[in-house]
Design a binder for this molecule. Structure first.
Ligand SMILES: [Zn+2]
Length: 560
């Protein structure tokens, strides 16, 4: 590959030229030679700041070809091409997974492991009975009898329960996936239409006009196209733009949210939300988005304008500080806006958890129960907190079927994430990732051709920072983001196995297996999965793999 580098060129220009000649031209020759005439389509937004561009397009093939090679046309065409390619790949995986949800036969491997769990249980009970017999003491008082009865009730065989839930789980998963496929199709059409319509320059100009009309400190007499006005008031215009796009986004996603909550989740018995609660949640989220988003956006734009060449360093430091701030404020201020947290009642579960936390030197200060049942019947548990002030939160839905021992084994898994440094590692990875993003963004920030392609083609006006950021994520960064996403899910699954092993090594392997099966059953989680779909999408390994791994850890470390 030759890089035409002379003194008159900047390195940037040389690199772009070289890319055009060596990479894009062969690709485009290939595309143009095809009957599809891919580039003959109007790869230019309908609405642009200046109505100039390729109107005088020559039909002469050579000229047409040279013009087609302009970054402006290529940027739009390639963005749409990449978006559609990613969509097609994901759709292919969805279809593979859909086939799995239509299977009516219970998966053999899952049947085998759950049967083994049930057999373990029977053996354990026999051992217990023998023990009682040998000691010659039979506790038969009312309380003990009831306790034993309850224990037995909770410890009834799981395989029949799982079998009875299988077809329900398949239907639920299929409904959710089919809905997802439809939603994805809508999203891609919306994205392409918005690019080709020039929704971005249109909304920006609308925000500019609205600011001029209503912003009390603005000079009303200046012309809309005055670039001084635009650059002086960029932050205010950006906030108007942000509010407009957020409100628009909420409106277009509303029908989908409503259908998912009130039709799919309700049909399968999960939804507990009333329409009032649903509306209140949306209003609270919007207010929060504005309350947090507006100051953050203002600071980021100010830093980019003020920071000069090395702005990415300042922006990065700010995002790290902001992430730490969010980690403190989210559980203390934001989550209580949506749910009620009550301290866990004194009792066996609390004692066992504090004992476990003490053993692992986890600075547990509070155990809370969240009213997750207010919205849905899905169950969960999580840890949060900063420094010496850690808390454990359990969803109230968890207590329905899962026993205290099983909950503690699941907390053993969660504490494993903390003890093995997964939480801190995830935090560091995301911070480094932000740093890389902002650095790459700083490389493209000054390239006007990219923004011109998407309708910001008036050389006398500024390219708004928020638009530059949006386009950067939508075009150059989106394929990279997908790859990073794949690596992240892979890493996340590895962490899950490690945390399971951690809980096993605390001597809780048996309870953990039962706990996981029960939670999976209560959530109607999918019991079958396509290998590739799971690899791409699952942050947690499929249930059967986790149980198999737990059993192996138990054998390996003599816990069985
Ligand atoms: Zn986990």
């Amino acid at each position: 590959m030759t890089v035409p580098y002379t003194n008159n060129y900047s390195y940037h220009e040389a690199l772009i030229k070289s890319l055009k000649v060596n990479v894009l031209r062969p690709i485009m020759t290939f595309v143009a030679s095809d009957k599809l005439k891919f580039l003959d389509l109007p790869w230019k937004p309908y609405y642009t700041q200046l109505q100039v561009g390729l109107e005088g397009k020559e039909r002469d093939l050579f000229n047409w070809f040279e013009q087609s090679l302009s970054i402006e046309v290529l940027a739009v065409a390639l963005t749409i091409l990449v978006t559609i390619t990613i969509y097609t790949m994901e759709h292919y995986l969805d279809e593979r997974q859909k086939k799995m949800y239509k299977v009516t036969e219970f998966p053999k491997d899952l049947e085998e492991v759950v049967k083994e769990i049930d057999e373990d249980e029977v053996n354990d009970e026999d051992e217990e009975n023998e023990y009682v017999h040998e000691e010659g003491k039979v506790v038969e008082d009312d309380c003990g009898g009831k306790k034993k009865e309850k224990n037995k009730e909770q410890r009834k065989k799981m395989l029949p329960q799982l079998l009875s839930k299988f077809s329900k789980s398949q239907h639920y998963s299929l409904d959710k996936l089919s809905f997802g496929i439809l939603h994805d199709a809508y999203t891609i059409i919306e994205t392409v239409v918005f690019i080709l319509m020039g929704a971005l320059p249109y909304t920006w100009n609308l925000s500019l006009r609205m600011t001029q009309k209503w912003y009390p400190w603005s000079n009303r007499s200046v012309s809309t196209l005055d670039s001084n006005y635009e650059s002086q008031h960029e932050i205010v215009i950006t906030l108007v733009f942000f509010i407009l796009t957020t409100v628009l986004g909420t409106i277009t996603s509303l029908p989908w949210d409503i259908y998912s909550t009130f039709f799919i989740e309700r049909k399968h018995g999960f939804n507990k939300q009333t329409p009032q609660l649903f509306i209140m949640d949306r209003i609270k989220s919007l207010v929060l988005t504005f309350a947090l988003g507006c100051p953050v956006l203002s600071i980021v734009i100010w830093l980019i304008q003020w920071g000069g060449e090395h702005f990415y360093i300042y922006v990065w430091v700010f995002t790290i500080a902001f992430s730490c701030f969010m980690m403190t404020i989210v559980p203390l201020v934001i989550m209580p806006l949506f749910n009620t947290y009550k301290p866990l009642k004194d009792g066996k579960l609390k004692d066992m958890t504090y004992a476990l936390a003490g053993r692992l030197k986890y600075p547990l200060t509070k155990m809370l129960v969240m009213d997750g049942s207010k919205r849905s019947n899905h169950s969960n548990a999580f840890l949060f907190g900063f420094g010496r002030n850690k808390r454990i939160v359990l969803f109230d839905t968890l207590f329905k079927n899962v026993t205290d021992d099983e909950i503690v084994s699941i907390l053993g898994h969660e504490l494993g994430h903390w003890k093995l440094g997964h939480s801190i590692c995830n935090f560091l990875i995301s911070q480094v990732y932000f740093g890389i993003i902002f650095f790459c963004f700083s490389l493209c920030y000054e390239n006007p051709e990219l923004y011109s392609a998407f309708g910001f083609n008036d050389p006398n006006r500024i390219v708004p920072t928020i638009v530059a950021l949006t386009l950067f994520f939508q075009t150059l960064w989106s394929p990279l983001d997908k790859i990073v996403g794949l690596a992240t899910t892979l890493y996340s699954r590895k962490c899950e196995f490690e945390a399971d092993e951690f809980s096993v090594n605390l001597g809780m392997g048996k309870d953990l297996q039962r706990g996981l099966v029960k939670i999976s059953m209560d959530n109607l989680s999918s019991m079958v999965s396509d290998v590739w779909y799971a690899r791409v999408h699952y942050s947690h390994p499929p249930l059967v793999q986790r149980i198999q791994a737990i059993r192996n850890y138990m054998k390996k470390n003599d816990w069985s």
